[in-house]
Design a protein around this ligand. Sequence first.
Ligand code: CP
Length: 327
Amino acid sequence: GQHVLSVKDFNLELINDLFQVADQMRPYAGRQKVTRVLEGAILGNMFFEPSTRTRVSFGCAFNLLGGEVRETTGLSSSALAKGESLYDTAQVLSGYSDIICMRHPDAGSAAEFAIGSRVPVINGGDGPNEHPTQALLDLYTIQKELATQGKSIQDLSLTMLGDLKHGRTVHSLCQLLSLYRGLKIQLVSPQALAMPTEYVDMLENAGHQVQISDKLDDGLPSANVIYQTRIQEERFATQAEANRYRGYFRLNKQVYFEHCQPKAVIMHPLPRDSRNDANELDNDLNFEPGLAIFRQTDNGILVRMALFACILGVEDQLSKYERAVNW
Ligand code: CP
């Protein structure tokens, strides 16, 4: 099977091809057209860790291509809680499905699951390790947002903010950005939550200009894209330790207008923690045109539709299976 376990599975040619297919998905995602190209296919959407948008957007993307979705949510409601191995679970579920998306709290779990699977497996996040489809939709969003300003990826000056130690989305994004050369990347986090060295090395080896800081103001003025992240409480040894960093970097209207470029794009993989003591991305930015977080989630559908179509080999047949919109 053609698994998607890591962003390491991609090169620039594959990414560009995938993004072209994602562009073609726009009328189907926007309900101007309906395609039934995956009619009869079943997605096993296996989420053993909490999720809203990854789980639902995988499911909706498959439905929008005409396929059906079966899903489990939560570790405790699956037989993994009775001690069943990932290998056995994968063997069983792959007998019921044409493709499987899975999320699990352990690093390396998606790769372990794939060994037992008889169908392609897409990693929907394996603990603190990787979230490859999020990184793909983030890269797609960065390109689309820069394009609206007449810029290309080569013009990117990106500031990643927050919990860069535990954030799997930023780990995967660093790897994808390492396929390019000569970008400006600022890494801003509390010192204890710094980006792991392997990812910094990766960015530097790609010839990017990397700046590391623990001060919010340092990272903002030079950025045309700001990527805020949540403190990943579930990855800390204790809640007390996580609480030390709640509310550490808050991005709000005042900070945005004081420190950021006029059209700076704000991204966040979401969920943002909207509780008062955290609130890393304030609701007062909701009506700013630069806030791209919901364009980002909309792009997630396009990129996931494209992934399904490419993996199942139907990307050239979308229009052949088109039906009229009946509502
Ligand atoms: N961005 C992301 O992975 O969100 P969920 O945890 O809701 O899937």
